[in-house]
Each structure stands twice: as structure tokens, then as C-alpha cells.
Design a protein around this ligand. Structure first.
Ligand code: NCD
Length: 372
């Protein structure tokens, strides 16, 4: 069945088709075809969140708007906070996060609490039945028996996708959100980054030059953020990395297809003055085979030094998904320079996750209409 045919048919047929589709068939589909089985066919917004290509400019704008409003409501102390808590009171979330995580875990957990959800978590795979040989598919079905939303971070790039496929076949089709899928994608970090750009540039993200520096090959955050660039006009990307860690061809091909210009450089200092946003990343050495090959830092050409703040445009921002190590001078973390935004970026991550969960549960109009 073609994409066009699928869209023309009604929701019931899509649902029925989702039940029949085999994993191999689903996994082999192109992203735009998969989206039919992931997004809410009525609203066009994501239901299962697997990858950044699911987000349109409209859905990104909506999320930023809802995040801003939820934040304002939360400031409105008792009454506002109680209103937010009532939105998803009596629903349950599971945070199945079995790779190291600090920000993603805490921001999801806090976002769920802000919305009144009750929370369970599994952080050590040795404590769930996968350790007894249960398949991931059966584990996901089991989780869905107890909760209404599932967040999943997994070292296997396809695990969350498999989770969505299983849930689409089940009678309890709860939403699943990718909180990091191996080296592939981290869509909610990319939403965090877009929301940070939105806040930094007063909602005007078009026509910006973004420098991405570090481990572009295995950094899932820069991969997801690159995909989101399609939603903005006249964007330009500058990739700065050592040769062996440069951006993969799948992303470069995507950028070519969508006429988003990019250039590859190997010296951060040379391009700082061109940037509206500088996005630093950590070397993802956990993927290096033997630890002896692991290089924590890749040398001075890929490090943001304190004096580089003087080279930045007046209204540019310095971002990092965190955790950071040697790729940013430690002192910068204590600087009062308004352009250093990575700590604010962390907090933005919590609010954009509030917005995402609210949109998935179709509570966004209630938030937007609330008067403080
Ligand atoms: C990132 C990740 O896990 O991909 N962290 C995060 O979620 N903010 C980046 C990293 O680990 O370097």
C-alpha cells in the first residue's frame, strides 16, 4: 500500500494495518511512511515520539508556545500548580531508562510530576525480566499493562521503535517516547535545543548559523537537531570535528535533499565569529571498543576556550546538551555571560517535556486557554 493510499483511508484502517504489519516490514519503511503509524492522524502531532523528522514547524511552534504558557502558569503558585497537576492526575508513567542519564531522567520525571502523573522507573535492566530472557517486545507489552506513558532510553538504536511497533499491535496502545536510542537519535533533546533557540532569539529561529562541534558521528543530539533544521528557513550548519568523528552521510544527504547548506571544518576558533549558536558536544567514548582506544578529549582545535567568548557575536549563544567534560573551559560554567545558556537549556528541557506530554495527551488547549 502506498503512502498516499494510507492517508486517504480512515483511522480505523491505519489502526488495523498497524496491527498486521510485521517488524521487518515496519523497520524497512521510509521515515515518512512510518510517521503515519506514529503521529496522531487527527492533530498531526506526534503520539509515539521516535525521531526528529516527525516534527513539523507547526508542532514545534505549538510545543514552544505550550512550554512558555505552562511555565507562566506554574509561576502562579498554588492555583496554577494545582491546575497543571490536575491535567494528568490519575495517570501513570514509566521511565525505562537503562543507559546513564541525569538530565533526561530528572527532567522527564519532574515534567510528569508537574502534570500530576504518578511515576515508576526501571533504570537497571538486571532488575527487570529481560534478565530472565524475556524479549523486549514482551517487556514493553507488560509495561503497558500498568502505565499510560512510557519513556525509553536504550543502547540499541531500534529498541524504542520496536516498542512503538509492539504497542501499535496491542489493545493498550500507550504512547512511547524516545529518550535516547543508541547513537542514532535523541528527539526530546533536540526539542530542548529548539526551545532554547526560541527563547534566546525571541521566537525567531530562521536565518541562523549553527556551529556544531565535537563528536558529530556518535552524538545523537546533534543528529536529531540537524533533522529539525528542515523546519526553518535559511539555516546554515557548520560542522567542526576531527575527521574520524565527522557527521555521517545519512544526515548530510538529508540536508542536501532539503537544501540546507552545511560546511565541514576542523578548527572551532576559525568559525566562532560566524555563529548565532555554538553547540558543543562531548566525545562519546563509551562507544569506543577497547577503553585504551577511548580518547576523552580530541585536542585544542575542538575545545571552547574562555577567550573565545570575545569572538562570539553579541547575541550568539553557547549551548551544550551536557554532560560536559574538557570540551568547554571549566570557568565558563561559572561565567555570568548571558550568552552562556547551557544551564538554562537544562531547565528548558523540563518545560518542553511538560509541553510534549501535554500535547500527546491533547491537553494543550486547556493550558493555552488558562487565564492567570
Ligand atoms: C546527551 C545524551 O545522552 O545523548 N545527554 C543528554 O541527554 N542531555 C549527550 C551526551 O551524553 O553527551
Amino acid at each position: 500500500m502506498t503512502v498516499k493510499n494510507l492517508i486517504e483511508n480512515n483511522r480505523g484502517i491505519i489502526k488495523e494495518r498497524a496491527r498486521q504489519i510485521s517488524w521487518l516490514e515496519f523497520a524497512a519503511m521510509e521515515e515518512k511512511e512510518k510517521i503515519i503509524f506514529l503521529n496522531n492522524s487527527k492533530t498531526g502531532n506526534p503520539f509515539h515520539v521516535l525521531f526528529a523528522q516527525q516534527f513539523s514547524r507547526n508542532s514545534l511552534n505549538l510545543l514552544c508556545q505550550v512550554a512558555d504558557k505552562a511555565r507562566a502558569i506554574h509561576k502562579y503558585r498554588d492555583e496554577g500548580r494545582r491546575f497543571l497537576k490536575n491535567l494528568l492526575f490519575g495517570t501513570y508513567a514509566l521511565n525505562f531508562i537503562i543507559q546513564p542519564s541525569t538530565r533526561t531522567f530528572l527532567s522527564f520525571q519532574t515534567a510528569q510530576e508537574i502534570l500530576g502523573m504518578s511515576i515508576r522507573d526501571i533504570r537497571d535492566p538486571n532488575t527487570s525480566s529481560e534478565a530472565k530472557g524475556e524479549t523486549l517486545e514482551d517487556s514493553v507489552r507488560t509495561f503497558s499493562s500498568y502505565v499510560d506513558l512510557m519513556i525509553m532510553r536504550h543502547p540499541d538504536e531500534r529498541a524504542v521503535e520496536k516498542g512503538a511497533w509492539v504497542l501499535n499491535k496491542s489493545d493498550r496502545r500507550i504512547p512511547i517516547i524516545n529518550a535516547g536510542s543508541g547513537k542514532d537519535q535523541h528527539p526530546t533533546q533536540a526539542l530542548t535545543d529548539i526551545y532554547t533557540l526560541h527563547k534566546s532569539f525571541d521566537g525567531k529561529i530562521d536565518s541562523r548559523t549553527i556551529v556544531m562541534c565535537g563528536d558529530l558521528q556518535r552524538g545523537r543530539t546533534v543528529r536529531s537537531l540537524s533533522y529539525l533544521m528542515r523546519n526553518y528557513q535559511n539555516m546554515k550548519l557548520i560542522f567542526v570535528s576531527p575527521f574520524r568523528l565527522r557527521m555521517e552521510n545519512d544526515i548530510k544527504n538529508f540536508l542536501d535533499r532539503h537544501h540546507i547548506p552545511y560546511q565541514e571544518e576542523d578548527n572551532l576558533e576559525k568559525v566562532i565569529s560566524l555563529a548565532d549558536a555554538i553547540y558543543m558536544t562531548r566525545i562519546q567514548d563509551e562507544w569506543d571498543k577497547g577503553k585504551e582506544q577511548g580518547v576523552q578529549s580530541v585536542g585544542p582545535k575542538y575545545k571552547f576556550k574562555k577567550e573565545y567568548l570575545n569572538l562570539m557575536k553579541e547575541d550568539a549563544v553557547l549551548m551544550h546538551p551536557l554532560p560536559k567534560r574538557h570540551e568547554i573551559d571549566e570557568e565558563i560554567g561559572y561565567s555570568n555571560d548571558k550568552r552562556v545558556v547551557f544551564w538554562r537549556q537544562e531547565r528548558n528541557g523540563m518545560w518542553i517535556r511538560v509541553a510534549l506530554i501535554a500535547v500527546i495527551f491533547q491537553k494543550e488547549q486547556k493550558i493555552l486557554k488558562y487565564t492567570t
